[in-house]
Design a protein around this ligand. Sequence first.
Ligand SMILES: NC(=O)c1ccc[n+]([C@@H]2O[C@H](COP(=O)([O-])OP(=O)(O)OC[C@H]3O[C@@H](n4cnc5c(N)ncnc54)[C@H](OP(=O)(O)O)[C@@H]3O)[C@@H](O)[C@H]2O)c1
Length: 278
Amino acid sequence: MFKNKTVVVTGAGGTLCSAIAIELASLGAKVALVGRTKEKLDVVYDKITAAGGVALVCPCDVTDEASVKALAKEVEEKLGGCDYLVNGAGGNNIKAMPTITKYDERELTGELPEGQKGLYNVDMDAFRSVLDINIMGTVLPTMEFAKQMVKKGGGSVINFASMNTYCPLTRCFAYAMSKAAISNLTQSFAAYYAPANIRINAIAPGFMVNERSKNYLGTVEDGLTARGQSVINHTPMGRFGQASDLLGCAKWLLSADAAFVTGITVPVDGGFLTLGGV
Ligand SMILES: NC(=O)c1ccc[n+]([C@@H]2O[C@H](COP(=O)([O-])OP(=O)(O)OC[C@H]3O[C@@H](n4cnc5c(N)ncnc54)[C@H](OP(=O)(O)O)[C@@H]3O)[C@@H](O)[C@H]2O)c1
């Protein structure tokens, strides 16, 4: 199903999408590995090619329109036009987050204790950059690579939503609203591109383990932070997810097995969304 197909994976140097890129390459896909940091992409490239797969390292900032156009040209020339796009580039920025969870009048007078900040004290450039990477970083590659899918008679796209898509976590304003936008744009783009036989869906991962999450959530094995314990209390399956937990869903959404599926966001969350928290 993926043999000789061209797959573009943005965020391919990251935790979740490196696993997706490696899996699709193992099934015969030619994979363009996209991210800003070449060194991270090189690690994934080495794993794919050592196993006999085909990959291309493509450093690119997916929020920059000219860079995305240049990326699309390179992919078309070197790998053939794009069949599948995985929009994995995204994330949060701690500078865009307050440390407190509720408004405190001292955030307006500069009297919050040292090290604490409210919504009024966050870095608004960082706030804007979170909206940009999660929203425009999905919109721009989709519009550009859809042109190639059109030429090939169709294609499929996966976007990345979040548990914040459904209900915002505390302190994550920019991240949460941008991930809510992902579900919305997945629907509107799905409707728009349906006549071109391009399907657009999203995965909403639950709380997945990576090096960053170990710092702020802890681990089930070695001890959880208060926030980590709260997540586990709300996760009926009682664990964080692994990148490998997403692979089945990603392959299904991309493949012809999901030929009549478009515009949906699929939670892969160990049941996190089944509980109201009470
Ligand atoms: N991990 C979770 O628990 C979780 C849960 C829900 C949703 N998600 C979403 O799933 C996606 C993948 O998450 P992850 O955990 O794999 O994150 P990750 O490990 O941080 O990987 C994200 C990748 O995106 C790349 N990236 C960031 N900004 C970029 C830009 N402007 N242009 C190109 N690449 C850019 C980063 O590489 P460079 O910095 O080198 O560019 C990074 O390798 C993200 O959209 C994330 O928000 C993750």
